[in-house]
Design a protein around this ligand. Structure first.
Ligand code: C2O
Ligand code: CU
Length: 549
């Protein structure tokens, strides 16, 4: 592989959306930020320079970071933040992956405008396992707030209430014609008839799973989270924050100069209020042989998207995603398990700590979220440094519970004790442990699905279901042949999901809900994967410019 160098200047930029101008944090003044392009096997070096008043850090979401955990990026997990005026050089090699991923800020809510695509091409001369596309286009979904999102989340955390929802969704930073005064802020995707396009879909939205569809066109799903899947046709794609999906779009052969809407709007099951608006872009046919006979006023066709709570569609879609699992791209599913974990995932409440006011959660509490009833408290120094230099004392403990502290019917009446405990607990895994993890949505404050993301690994989604996970009967139904291999999975609302992964990457690895509001409330934890015995199974020391707290 070769080395690809990028410079990311974190700086403020004035942007006008929904008739209002606002100063936002960007990379190089762009929204979305620059696309990182590499081939499998290449080294990527990104010099990130912080010119803004906020602390920042950048995460390369889905990049495995094999023995390069210092470059992973989540603030206070693998590094201290890059402070104002400081810089940090992220240096990693793309190993054994090709497809679409993305990068984003990994501190507070800065991800809202600090994100961009990562395109990993196959090694030179290696074809895709599907028809070679005529063109490839990143399509990044995001959210737009009129107000300052850093202020929104810090206020919500002080008062214990729910933060405001967004004012619009966006496609490549543009919200599209269905919002007020937004016609000029519309993505136009110009296509030629009879060609195949590869759309690299990325959900970078903070808090919403999305349905995406293009009027009168089918999409063929060929990849999810930078892993090839068995191709299947669909008219709508479901994509959670943190997920990426590659789809082939075949344009119609003999087509006039027509236009079609492509649109995205949320899939939501929770009781919480959410932004139920629709972002849209325009697919514009340009028929070179049809220049003279331009068809006027061709109607702009709208796609039919599922209803916001269409769990039937969502479940069917998710179940269609299967690893390609052929001899070229085998699915290396762990067939046996060394350690089994059962985690409850969900919302809860924590005692009011606001000295000056009452808290805005129910009965003067603060809204919280937890894993096995532990609401994760961010440390004030980086966990990976504390682990590597044996300075865990006062930073974290290694007694993360392998099971929830109490048992109840997760889909029935909530228990009376829904107060979470708050601490910084980690779970330790010896090198090469084969892990099975069942995550059960608790439905405590309403059933809501949670897109869980694991850093440092891909995992296999071996099973999922609704209701309570049954350890006696469910494992017999696990798919150990061609399960989806990904880095972010939706724990279904009122249900469970079972994943397996091989802990072959030493370091400290964050795992959290990719709905930013749930992460802020504590739906996060971290794994320590110990070094192996051999030299090439150990995490090397940190680079000299690693930021200090
Ligand atoms: Cu996409 Cu921990 O993040
Ligand atoms: Cu969540």
């Amino acid at each position: 592989g070769i080395t690809r160098r990028y410079k990311f200047d974190i700086k403020m930029q004035n942007v006008t959306r929904l008739c209002q101008t606002k100063s936002i944090v960007t990379v190089n003044g762009q929204l979305p930020g620059p696309t990182i392009i590499a081939r499998e096997g290449d080294r990527v070096i990104v010099n990130v320079v912080n010119h803004v008043q906020y602390n920042v850090s950048i995460h390369w979401h889905g990049i495995r970071q094999l023995r390069s955990g210092w470059a992973d990026g989540p603030a206070y997990i693998t590094q201290c933040p890059i402070q104002t005026g400081q810089s940090y050089v992220y240096n990693f090699t793309v190993t054994g992956q090709r497809g679409t991923l993305f990068w984003h800020a990994h501190i507070s809510w800065l991800r809202v405008t600090v994100h961009g695509a990562i395109v990993i091409l196959p090694k030179r001369g290696v074809p895709y396992p599907f028809p070679q596309p005529y063109k490839e286009v990143p399509i990044i979904f995001g959210e737009w707030w009129k107000a300052d999102t850093e202020r929104i989340i810090s206020q919500a955390q002080q008062t214990g209430g729910a933060p405001n929802i967004s004012d619009a969704y966006t496609i490549n930073g543009l919200q599209g014609p269905l919002y007020n005064c937004s016609a000029k802020d519309t993505l136009k995707l110009k296509v030629k008839p009879g060609k195949t396009y590869l759309l690299r879909l990325i959900n970078a939205a903070l808090n919403d799973e999305l349905f995406f569809s293009i009027a009168n066109h089918n999409l063929t799903v060929v990849e999810a989270d930078a892993v090839y899947v068995k191709p299947f046709k669909t008219n709508t794609v479901l994509i959670t924050p943190g997920q990426t999906t590659n789809v082939l779009l075949k344009t119609k052969k003999h087509h006039p100069n027509a236009t079609f809407l492509m649109a995205a709007r949320p899939y939501a099951t929770g009781p919480a209020s959410f932004d139920n608006s629709t972002t849209a872009g325009i697919l514009e046919y340009h028929n070179p042989s049809n220049k003279t006979r331009k068809i006027k006023n061709f109607p702009l066709l709208r796609p039919l998207l599922p209803l916001f709570n269409d769990t039937t569609f969502a479940t069917k879609f998710v179940n269609k995603i299967r690893s390609l699992a052929n001899s070229k791209f085998p699915a290396k599913v762990p067939q046996t398990v060394d350690r089994h974990f059962f985690f409850t995932i969900g919302l809860g409440l924590s005692p009011c700590t606001n000295q000056n006011q009452t808290c805005q959660g129910p009965n003067n509490t603060m809204l919280a979220a937890s894993v096995n009833n532990v609401s994760f408290v961010m440390p004030s120094t980086a966990l990976l440094q504390a682990h590597f230099f044996n300075k865990s004392k006062g930073v974290y403990t290694t007694d993360f519970p392998t099971n929830p502290p109490f048992k109840f019917n997760y889909t029935g009446t909530p228990p009376t004790n829904i107060i979470v405990t708050s601490s910084t607990k980690l779970a330790v895994l010896p090198f090469n442990t084969k892990v099975e993890l069942v995550m059960q949505d608790t439905s405590i404050i309403g059933a809501e699905s949670h897109p869980l993301h694991l850093h440092g690994f891909n995992f296999f989604v071996v099973g999922q279901g609704f209701g309570n996970y049954n350890p006696n009967t469910d494992p017999a139904k696990f798919n150990l042949v061609d399960p989806a291999e990904r880095n972010t999975v939706g724990v279904p609302s009122g249900g469970w999901v079972a994943i397996r992964f091989l802990a072959d990457n030493p370091g400290v690895w964050f795992m959290h809900c990719h709905l930013e509001v749930h992460t802020s409330w504590g739906l996060k934890m971290a794994w320590i994967v110990m070094d192996g015995k051999r030299q090439n199974q150990k995490l090397p020391p940190p680079p000299s410019d690693l930021p200090q707290c």
